[in-house]
Design a protein around this ligand. Sequence first.
Ligand SMILES: Nc1ncnc2c1ncn2[C@@H]1O[C@H](COP(=O)(O)OP(=O)(O)O)[C@@H](O)[C@H]1O
Ligand SMILES: [Mg+2]
Length: 246
Amino acid sequence: MLRIRNLTIAYDHVPVLERINLDVARGAFVGPSGCGKTSLLRAITRLLQPQTGTVDLDVAPADIGFLFQDDALLPWRTARENVALGQRIRGVASPAAEEQASQWLASIGLAGFEARYPRQLSGGQRKRVALAQVLALEPRLLLMDEPFASLDAIARTRITEELIRWVERQHLTVLLVTHDFEEVITLSDVVYVLSQGPGAGIQARHAIDIPRPRHVLESRGHPRFAPLLQELWDELAGADVAGDSA
Ligand SMILES: Nc1ncnc2c1ncn2[C@@H]1O[C@H](COP(=O)(O)OP(=O)(O)O)[C@@H](O)[C@H]1O
Ligand SMILES: [Mg+2]
């Protein structure tokens, strides 16, 4: 789905990422704060022009959904209106789009919250609305940049669980950058570990050999989970893996 060859990203001639090569379908990127994860995602979405190299993505731009750390909900629109927005922009009439939006909200556990404004929702609920908003566009590829970093552990686990259901049911492909190893191990087929920059490269690649369908809590009990967590931790030990939200 994604093929990257000889990719170098630089700001003011200082390379952030250097000579990256990878092929990935469902995967994740982890790495220390400031190593270039967001830059990599921006290069994948063509928001950023790399210094050298190519990014081939086997999906049309209209089939790509984005979920970032800061949710992009419109504060003056209700949850339902926010979710309906994408369909409205695509020309679906308002009543039909809002009816669909209500169904999306119900499907991720927000029935009864349709008429609330973002400020009347918890962080976890807002994130669910943002997720419903992107899923409602029925993307083939979902790109996520530390999407659930602002949530507490329980809200994060719950929303990851919802997301896994969609990923597996719709054969949705997810590419994720994150600090959260659990998110990586439960959502991805492969994880790339980026080294500390400047001039960061791929330090390691791990296949996540835990069978699907997966569930967050059950995955934690899988015999491969603890060793994978330990390997990722060891590779990133010493680097700032705790506090980044850059
Ligand atoms: N627009 C920019 N101009 C100059 N430097 C930038 C810009 N965006 C990011 N950087 C620098 O590039 C490096 C990688 O940033 P980023 O991709 O956001 O890292 P990460 O997401 O892994 O924390 C950082 O040192 C950051 O300061
Ligand atoms: Mg970042």
